[in-house]
Design a protein around this ligand. Structure first.
Ligand code: CO8
Length: 258
């Protein structure tokens, strides 16, 4: 499918989706979010794809929801149209691992989009923020909930109430991002991580994703039960036999996703 606001490349089991509205710092308008939802669904159902990277430009991952498009919206339009709910769900429901490779601004909806991915690799140029308060609104694609779970109440309140930006170093210290790399090495590092993931059993990477996400959605005992049952269930797979045999035979496993 031909997209206008994103660029999609699939190579070596990795789908890379690049947000591409350079004139608006990749602000998330309806067209971009709808194209992104489509591209993620395509990648999820493409048998060749085993890991997805979501990225932006050197200047901006995404500077938030498109303020120009939103500014004249009424409550009735936002509510009846269920503004951004379907798009949020499309990202959240992607079953294959998604890495956010973030350089430059990840603000408002851009920060929320990065947090919807499974982990964030940040360039040293990255700046995260939830500045919606400056526009007379609040985060709307999960910022108050996800940022609070990732960095704790105090820092989340600070970010949402002051609207200040957090640099990559602070974001790593706070647990928002998994690694910080020099800006020019960002895609190399994200691709290397995606390649590592693509070598594993897809079945297991998808189970890992569901199990870790349970930690944010349920109680500890429910999450532990889910994890234990999935651990038990994986003994029914060929990939478990292959993974453990390969270890004992001192060779690399050849996973077949079954
Ligand atoms: N929306 C639309 N256009 C934008 C946005 C945006 N979020 N951000 C930047 N742009 C545009 C600018 O208007 C400008 O366009 P033009 O050249 O036509 O004037 C161009 O991008 C370049 O921007 P700047 O000239 O401002 O670049 P600077 O380097 O000076 O500043 C900043 C960069 C600091 C990133 C600045 O652009 C900025 O503050 N942007 C807005 C950041 C922001 O407030 N983001 C939050 C938006 S609200 C939100 O995301 C809510 C999400 C929840 C929605 C949920 C619905 C249910």
């Amino acid at each position: 499918m031909a997209y206008e606001t994103i660029i999609v490349e699939v190579s070596d089991h990795i789908a890379t989706i690049k947000l591409n509205r350079p004139d608006a710092l990749n602000a998330l308008n309806s067209q971009l979010l709808s194209e992104l939802s489509e591209a993620l669904k395509d990648a999820d159902s493409n048998d060749k794809v085993r890991c997805i990277i979501l990225t932006g430009s050197q200047k901006a991952f995404a500077a938030g929801a498109d303020i120009r498009e939103m500014s004249e919206k009424t409550f009735v339009e936002a509510f009846l149209g269920d503004f951004f709910t379907a798009e949020h769900d499309a990202v959240a429901k992607t079953r294959k691992p998604v890495i956010a490779a973030v350089a430059g601004y990840a603000l408002g909806g851009g920060c929320e989009l990065a947090m919807l991915c499974d982990f964030i690799i940040a360039a040293d140029s990255a700046k995260f923020g939830q500045p919606e308060i400056n526009l007379g609104v609040v985060a709307g694609i999960g910022g108050t909930q996800r940022l609070t779970r990732f960095v704790g109440k105090s820092k989340s309140m600070d970010m949402h109430l002051t609207g200040r930006f957090m640099d990559a170093e602070e974001a790593e210290r706070a647990g928002l991002v998994s690694r910080v790399v020099p800006a020019k090495a960002l895609m190399e590092e994200a691709t290397a991580a995606a390649e590592k993931i693509a070598e594993k059993s897809l079945l297991v990477t998808m189970v890992v994703k569901e199990a870790v996400n349970r930690a944010y959605e349920t109680t500890l005992s429910e999450g532990l039960t889910f994890e234990r049952r999935m651990f038990h269930a994986l003994f029914a797979t060929e990939d478990q036999k292959e993974g453990m045999s390969a270890f004992l035979e001192k060779r690399s496993p050849q996973f077949r996703d079954r």
